[in-house]
Design a protein around this ligand. Structure first.
Ligand code: PRP
Ligand code: URA
Length: 221
């Protein structure tokens, strides 16, 4: 069997829309989008989507060979060769990051609390706790909703100033408007979205979308 190559981590494409590749994600998104899904169902589904997003977002993570013995034979496997940091944007990002952390238990977590002003749509910072030495390794910013991209831009600018140069942005639902802003401002930051929706409405909500993700996740509607 040909052994895997460890010296060339995967370069993600500029934009990946995962439900086009994984029909199971379209099924999960149908549950999330359904307005009759209750808090428990919403939270559980968001967490499970996080398992698949975790696999995709960490494809650029550098790994190194690791020799082990199976019960039958020696085997050359792999292990991570650099730190991985998840940056969930509160609150909704916590729901998605929860699932991701179940499959990435060694990841560091830097929290950033931002709330979007409902009138101006500008993000306001209310909390941050960034891992020391955050510039090392791969950093995955996690926020389920990419609407105007004001929130995502704020966090990526902030991480850039702290020296992070290998960034991935992972979300559940992206608007075409948000993707355009991100690609203009940060052409080197790959975007992973489960679904690409139609448009933003006059209140900055993604249509068809799933409503207010943080409120649906935490029962604060
Ligand atoms: C939502 C969402 C994103 C942001 C996206 O958060 O979770 O963080 O809006 O919008 P944007 O792309 O236009 O900036 P919200 O401010 O509602 O906070 P919450 O997660 O606490 O509900
Ligand atoms: N934030 C959300 O939670 N949903 C949207 O549609 C837009 C921003």
């Amino acid at each position: 069997m040909e052994s895997a190559s460890f010296d060339k981590p995967v370069d993600l494409p500029p934009v990946s829309i995962l439900e086009e590749r994984y029909p199971i994600l379209k099924h999960m998104m149908t549950i999330l989008r359904d307005k009759t899904t209750d808090v428990a169902g919403f939270r559980e589904t968001l967490k499970k989507i996080g398992y698949i997003v975790a696999g995709e977002a960490t494809r650029p993570l550098k790994s190194k060979p690791k020799m082990i013995e199976t019960p039958l034979a020696p085997y050359e496997g792999t292990e991570a060769a650099e730190p991985l940091t998840l940056v969930p944007i509160l609150r909704a990002g916590l729901g998605l990051a929860g699932g991701m952390l179940e499959v990435l238990p060694h990841a560091r977590v830097s929290h950033v609390g931002l709330s979007r002003d409902e009138k101006t749509l500008e993000p306001h910072l209310y909390y941050q706790k960034i891992a020391p030495d955050t510039a090392s390794g791969l950093t995955v910013v996690v926020d389920p909703m990419l609407a105007t991209a004001g929130t995502a831009s704020y966090v990526i600018d902030m991480l850039r100033k702290k020296g992070c140069d290998r960034l991935v942005f992972a979300c559940i639902v992206a608007s075409p408007e948000g993707i355009k802003v991100m690609q203009t401002k940060f052409p080197d930051v790959p975007i992973i979205a489960v679904a690409l929706d139609d448009h933003l409405n006059d209140h900055g909500y993604i249509v068809p979308g799933l409503g207010d993700c943080g409120d649906r996740c935490y029962g604060t509607l």
